[in-house]
Design a protein around this ligand. Structure first.
Ligand SMILES: Cc1cc2nc3c(=O)[nH]c(=O)nc-3n(C[C@H](O)[C@H](O)[C@H](O)COP(=O)(O)O)c2cc1C
Length: 187
């Protein structure tokens, strides 16, 4: 399996309006692939505007805020590039779609990485942040998972939260758990 970089993508609408969404970019040789499921705004934008920006962050609240739709995050213009980055990004990459592998459910947008830039130091891995990331992905797939699968994933991820979360990670975790709880209450 190839390495996947979990990031926040900024794509542009045909009118040039930025749209921000968390996405995994698949590393394949010198190319990175964006593979959004249909339907999504990210996919629509990639079909119309080939220039995008990936923002890299270690702040779990960004992923939690985006998947729960509870927060928006400031963007900063990138010099000489149309798609802005997250203002708080540790680093960003400027990507251009060079080819598309069509698919009925999940087309693949093959991108060249034109430039990367670092903005802040990365201070190391953290299990609670990784657990929030996993829970955030889970929260985008609730309709496709059984109650048992959701419960067992959360039980496992809770261990890392209890042992290694700081305040920010706990806040992010609580946001994602609230979304999952609301879904389970309805089910
Ligand atoms: C860390 C992370 C990685 C994700 N990776 C993908 C992905 O590779 N493909 C996808 O379709 N959705 C992915 N998602 C879910 C999308 O963010 C979600 O579907 C989002 O609503 C995109 O839709 P939009 O472009 O309409 O906003 C991911 C979510 C998270 C939290």
């Amino acid at each position: 399996m190839p390495l996947i970089h979990e990031c926040v993508l900024t794509t542009l609408s045909p009118q040039g309006r930025p749209h921000v969404a968390p996405l995994g970019l698949i590393e394949e040789g010198s190319h990175w692939i964006a593979a959004p499921f249909r339907p999504s705004t990210t996919l629509f934008n990639l079909e119309h505007s080939p220039k995008l920006t990936a923002s890299f962050t270690d702040d779990a609240r960004i992923f939690a805020g985006l998947v729960t739709g509870t927060r928006s995050f400031p963007l900063t213009d990138v010099e000489g590039w149309p798609a802005p980055r997250l203002s708080c990004a540790l680093a960003h990459a400027e990507l251009e779609v060079v080819s598309v592998e069509e698919d009925a459910t999940r087309p693949r947008f093959v991108c060249s990485v034109l430039r990367t830039e670092a903005h802040r130091p990365f201070m190391g891995m953290n299990r609670a942040r990784a657990a929030v990331l996993e829970a955030a992905i889970l929260a985008t797939r609730l309709d496709r998972l059984t109650r048992e699968k959701i419960d067992s994933e959360i039980a496992y991820l809770t261990i890392a939260i209890d042992k290694t979360a700081g305040e920010a990670e706990r806040e992010a975790w609580d946001m994602v758990m609230a979304k999952i709880a609301a879904h389970l209450d309805k089910a």
